[in-house]
Design a protein around this ligand. Structure first.
Ligand SMILES: [Zn+2]
Length: 252
């Protein structure tokens, strides 16, 4: 069993209304939430990055009401530097989906192959009207983007598996990382913003298909239980503050 090294990269934070975090709940509560990326390194294997955060200039220009906070230390190049890497060292990029707060750093990762759910790319380029702000940063789709189109459950390398969790977007992926000695880590992406979402089966306010969101929450819980994985939601400040962050890491 490989023993991956998993490092969480801090990408700053944004603000949305509580009812966007938990649909029909918490209306009128402004919530500041973290945005992070996950670096997975396996001895002799590729350097993998799951999600790449938001681009500060883009959010300031297009979604300033999300009150972005991102220091120069919280950009992808600076976070990778903490791990002794440059953007060119990333071999594979996985975006859980193509919303602006998950793709903003792709443009730095010019050597990487981008694993893409075929339906997600199609949809990002021709979104529904209510999804336009979500898909407003298309800088991930640059000239020389090296896509590999995938669908279904997908093994990136032994120990790293992508699991389809649609609903938030048409073709969202969560990532399961099996560790040597410690429990597996299941990165939900926006299929679960918070632990409350998982426990109470409350979906987020942004979604394409709310019923699919509920199924995906149940799938995450099922995978967590049956694979002995700890689930890491995408956008909840309290647990995030307790997790290890670069240059500290899990496993390895
Ligand atoms: Zn997000």
């Amino acid at each position: 069993m490989p023993d991956p090294k998993v490092t969480l990269l801090d990408g700053g934070s944004l603000v949305i209304d509580g009812s966007q975090v938990h649909w029909h709940h918490d209306l009128g509560n402004e919530v500041r939430f973290p945005v992070y990326s996950v670096l997975v390194q396996i001895d002799g294997g590729p350097n993998i990055l799951f999600d790449t955060g938001f681009d500060l200039d883009h959010v300031n220009e297009v979604l300033p009401f999300e009150k972005p906070e991102q220091t120069p230390e919280q950009t992808i190049p600076a976070q990778l530097a903490r791990c002794g890497l440059t953007p060119e060292d990333i071999d594979i990029v996985i975006n859980s989906h193509f919303h602006f707060d998950h793709v903003g750093g792709n443009k730095y990762l010019t050597n990487a192959q981008i694993l893409v759910h075929k339906d997600e790319l199609r949809h990002a380029l021709v979104p529904e009207p209510f999804e336009r702000l979500g898909y407003s940063d298309l800088s991930f789709h640059f000239d020389k983007s090296k896509y590999k189109f995938i669908s279904g459950e997908y093994q990136v390398v032994p120990g790293v598996t992508l699991i389809e969790t649609p609903g938030h977007t048409v073709a969202h992926y969560s990532m399961l990382v099996e560790m040597g000695d410690s429990p597996a880590m299941l990165f939900a992406g926006d299929a679960a913003y918070t632990y409350k979402a998982l426990d109470a089966e409350v979906i987020g306010g942004f979604h394409l298909d709310p019923a699919a969101c509920v199924d995906s929450l149940r799938k995450l819980s099922y995978v967590g239980r049956t694979r002995g994985a700890e689930i890491y939601p995408s956008h909840e400040m309290e647990p995030w503050l307790k997790w290890k962050k670069a240059p500290e890491y899990y496993g390895g």
